[in-house]
Structure formats: C-alpha cells, structure tokens
Ligand binder design. Sequence first.
Ligand SMILES: Nc1ncnc2c1ncn2[C@@H]1O[C@H](COP(=O)(O)OP(=O)(O)OP(=O)(O)O)[C@@H](O)[C@H]1O
Length: 273
Amino acid sequence: MSATPSIAAAPADRAGPRLPAASADATARPANATEADPIARLRRVSRTYGTGAAAVHALRGIDLDLPRGAFSVIAGPSGSGKSTLLQIAGALDRPDAGGGVEIDGVALDALDDDARADFRARRLGFVFQNFNLLPVLTALENVEYPMQLGAGDARSRRERARELLAAVGLAGKEGRRPGELSGGQRQRVAIARALANSPALVLADEPTANLDRATGAAIIELMRDMQRRLGTSFVFSSHDAQLMGHADVLVLLEDGRVTAPDPRATPAAGARA
Ligand SMILES: Nc1ncnc2c1ncn2[C@@H]1O[C@H](COP(=O)(O)OP(=O)(O)OP(=O)(O)O)[C@@H](O)[C@H]1O
C-alpha cells in the first residue's frame, strides 16, 4: 500500500458489480478475485430511510473502491451518511435496489440472510463506539467467542486469544470482565476480538467517540499498528481529525455523497511520509 493518501472515489464504472465465481463456500473469496482487487467495491449505493415526504436520503449513489491492506477513513459531518455506509459495507444493512457491494470479491447482494450472517461472523471484524463486549465474559472469553465458528480446537483458540490480548497491551488482564476495565481497555479487547478470525476487513464506526482524547489517540495508534503488522484492511468512520491524519485513504462524505478530493492527495499538498 502506498504511503501517499488518495481519494478513493472509484472511476465512473457503470458496469455494476461483477458476479462472484462459483465457490463451494459462498462467503469465501472467489477464485477469480486477486490481491490487487479492492477489499471493498461499492457501486451506485444509495440508502433511503422512510418514504414519501418523510424520506431521508442517507446515501446518494456512492461509487467507491477501498484498497486492500489500507487504513481507510470515512469522514464527514454528523448526518453525512458515514454509519449508513459502514453498515452496508459490513452486511448489516442493504442498499436500495440498483446498488451493489462486494467485499473481498463476494457480492453481498447475492447472499441470503443466513449467508450474510455467516459472512459477517467469519470474514469481518467490527469495532463499535460502545465496545459491545459481552459483560458476563472475561476479556479472554470475549476474544475467544467469535473463534468458536472456526476449525481450531479450544486450546488453540485460547492461545490465539491470549496472543491477541498481549498484542493490544492487555497481558495480565485476561481474566477481567468488561466492568472491571477502563473504556480504553474495553476498546482494546474489542479490537482483539475484531481480529480473532483473521478477517478480510475490520469496520470501526466512530471507535473513539466514547473515549477521552488521549485514550482515543492511543486506540488509534494501536489500530494503525495492528493494521500495519497484520496487513488487515481497516475502514473507520469518524469526524475526528486525529483519525484522518492516520489515513492511507480518506473518503470525505457530505450529504450522502463523496465530495471533492482529499487535498492531501494532491502533489501540491505534499505526500505524507
Ligand atoms: N434508521 C434510520 N431511520 C431514519 N433515518 C435515519 C436512520 N439512520 C440514519 N438516518 C438518517 O440518515 C442520515 C445519515 O445518517 P448516518 O447515521 O449514516 O450519518 P453519520 O454521518 O454516521 O452521522 P453521525 O456522525 O451523527 O453518526 C441522517 O440524516 C440520519 O438522521
């Protein structure tokens, strides 16, 4: 991945999403998808809440490619459509008719509800602003939990959960429940959990919104570090300028549309080291 930030608006490709190649597992990367393909490809994605006079056009025909292995930030003012976009990219919501989303080459609209749930669980990692940890489980158990779907045995799952907790700076705190951890520590557990199944893409919706500035900065550094170490593709929504400074790719949203190019992507603004 180039260190130079770039706006991620896709070329005006009107061909629509490609169909995935036949695969035994509908949620696996199709055989014809390559490492060079974007991790996320959105075409003509609109989302309208409500109808008639009450209709809210949260997204208005988004065409977007997010590169593989990048730290991408979706930025924009409140109400610009950031969460809606992440929900659609995360198979938690569907675009209006006519729009399509591919994640790691898998066309989400081709999946039924069960397959979408399977895709979310196996191929995606989520970090939420409210952490969404299971309060009765320890930090270790929270990280182990999503791995139950995988092939590994209980011992290897436990070992991986320990390694992930150590990697996010929580060695020695494996036995604590979320209520016994600070907000920043909870978000570290959530990051470890999001990475547990080696996802194709981690989606984080305002991951620092409930943290003080210093803790938020540390969490961003951690996510950036994990993204670099693991090469996992990350995408965040944020209106936090601190996060934008870390972006490989910055997508600016306004009123449901991708707006003018990121000024840092132009040579005049100077490439970021
Ligand atoms: N379930 C819903 N029903 C109706 N309108 C909705 C719903 N969810 C979002 N909206 C509206 O869609 C628009 C985009 O909302 P969205 O939450 O995607 O924006 P956002 O950029 O993430 O905002 P914020 O930064 O405040 O979280 C807003 O006008 C919002 O009020």
